[in-house]
Design a protein around this ligand. Structure first.
Ligand code: DAH
Length: 344
C-alpha cells in the first residue's frame, strides 16, 4: 500500500508538471484528491491492513495528499501569473502616442471684455449689479428725467410690450433701481453690465440687441474731477497707458453737465486717419454728473449728495480694441470668428 501511495505521488507530480491550463489542474485535483480520487480509494482499503500499519499508512497518505495539493496550487499560481502577464502585454498602452484632439470652448469676446471691466471697477470698490431686461417705463425713462412725451425718448427707439413695459433701451434704469433700493440714504458705487434693445435695423454698426455697462457713483462731495479721473483710469486700463482722453460737452437728460468721452486714436496717435474719421479721436462713452432731479426722485438730499454716472458699450469697445468691423459678428455665433479671441 505504501508503494501504491508512492507511485500515485510520482505519477501525480509527473502529470502536474505537464499541466498547461487551469482546467487541466482542476481535473487532476479531482482525479487524485477528490472523493472518488486515487488517494481516497487507497484509504478505503485501509480496513484490510493490520492495526499497527494503519497509522503509518494513514500518515503517509496525508503526506502524499499534501504534496500533490501543494504542487497543484503552485502550478495554478504559475498559470495565473502567466495569464496575467500575457493579458498585460496584449493591453499595453503606449502613453507616448499623441492623443486625440479635444476641442474646448472659451468665453465669448464680449464676456471677456465685460469681465475685464468688472475686474477693474471691483478693484475700485464698485459692486456689480443686475437689473431686468423687461423694464418698466418708469425706470427706463421717467425716473431718469425723461417724462412721457419728452423728445429725447426718440433718441432710443424702443420695443414696447405694453404701455408701461418695454425691453430696456439702456442699462441706466439700474441706476434708478439702485438708488431706490437704498432709499436715497447711502452712498453708491456700482456698475451694471447687461443686454439692451433698440428698434434699429441691423447693419455693421447697429444691432437691435447689444450690451452696455452702466456706472454710478454717489456720495458726499463727488465732483466732475472724480468722474474724469475714473474714466481716464478706465481708458488707459482698457486701451493702453499711452492713450489720452478728452471730454466733450453733450446732452443726456439724466446728467448735468453731460459729456462724451473720446480716446486718442491708436492707429494714428491723434494725427487723423480713416479709423478716427480724420479727427484723431474716437468716441467711447457717455457720462456726466447725476441730474439733481434724478437724485431727488430717488429720495436723495441734493444738498448733501452728488454723483456721477457713465454708460458704455462693450460691443463698441471690443470692436475698437480688436479691430472687429461688424457688430453682427458678436451675435451670429460663428465659432471661426469667436474662437480667435479665446485667449483674449
Ligand atoms: N444711457 C445712455 C445711452 O444709452 C448712456 C449714458 C450716458 C449713460 C450718460 C449714463 C450717462 O449713465 O451718464 O445712450
Amino acid at each position: 500500500m505504501k508503494d501504491e501511495l508512492k507511485q500515485i505521488e510520482e505519477e501525480a507530480i509527473a502529470q502536474i508538471d505537464q499541466v498547461e491550463t487551469l482546467k487541466e489542474a482542476q481535473d487532476l485535483q479531482v482525479a487524485y484528491l477528490g472523493r472518488k480520487g486515487s488517494i481516497t480509494s487507497v484509504l478505503r482499503g485501509m480496513g484490510k491492513l493490520p492495526a499497527e500499519e494503519r497509522p503509518v499508512v494513514g500518515e503517509l497518505a496525508n503526506k502524499v495528499r499534501e504534496i500533490i495539493s501543494e504542487a497543484l496550487e503552485n502550478k495554478k499560481t504559475a498559470i495565473e501569473a502567466e495569464q496575467l502577464e500575457a493579458q498585460l502585454a496584449k493591453e499595453h498602452i503606449d502613453v507616448t502616442l499623441p492623443g486625440r484632439h479635444v476641442a474646448i470652448g472659451g468665453p465669448h469676446l464680449l464676456t471677456s471684455i465685460i469681465e475685464e471691466i468688472e475686474d477693474l471697477f471691483i478693484g475700485l470698490g464698485y459692486e456689480v449689479k443686475e437689473g431686468p431686461e423687461v423694464e418698466e417705463d418708469y425706470y427706463n425713462f421717467e425716473a431718469l428725467n425723461l417724462p412721457k412725451g419728452h423728445p429725447a425718448r426718440d433718441m432710443q427707439d424702443s420695443f414696447y410690450i405694453t404701455n408701461e413695459l418695454l425691453l430696456r433701451t439702456h442699462t441706466s434704469p439700474v441706476q434708478a433701481r439702485t438708488m431706490r433700493e437704498v432709499e436715497g440714504r447711502e452712498p453708491i458705487r456700482m456698475i451694471c453690465p447687461g443686454k439692451v434693445y433698440r428698434r434699429d435695423s441691423d447693419d455693421a454698426t447697429h444691432s437691435h440687441q447689444f450690451t452696455q455697462i452702466e456706472g454710478l457713483y454717489i456720495d458726499e462731495k463727488v465732483r466732475m474731477s472724480d468722474l474724469k479721473g475714473t474714466l481716464k483710469l478706465f481708458a488707459k486700463h482698457m486701451f493702453g497707458a499711452d492713450r489720452e482722453i478728452r471730454l466733450r460737452p453733450s446732452f443726456f437728460p439724466f446728467t448735468e453737465p453731460s459729456v462724451e468721452m473720446d480716446i486718442s486714436c491708436k492707429v494714428c496717435a491723434g494725427k487723423g486717419c480713416s479709423v478716427c474719421k480724420k479727427t484723431g479721436w474716437i468716441e467711447i462713452l457717455g457720462a456726466g454728473m447725476v441730474h439733481p432731479k434724478v437724485l431727488e426722485m430717488a429720495g436723495y438730499d441734493t444738498e448733501k449728495y452728488t454723483g456721477f454716472a457713465f454708460g458704455m458699450g462693450p460691443d463698441r469697445i471690443a470692436m475698437l480694441k480688436y479691430g472687429v468691423d461688424d457688430i453682427r459678428q458678436f451675435y451670429v455665433n460663428d465659432v471661426r470668428f469667436l474662437s480667435q479671441y479665446h485667449h483674449a
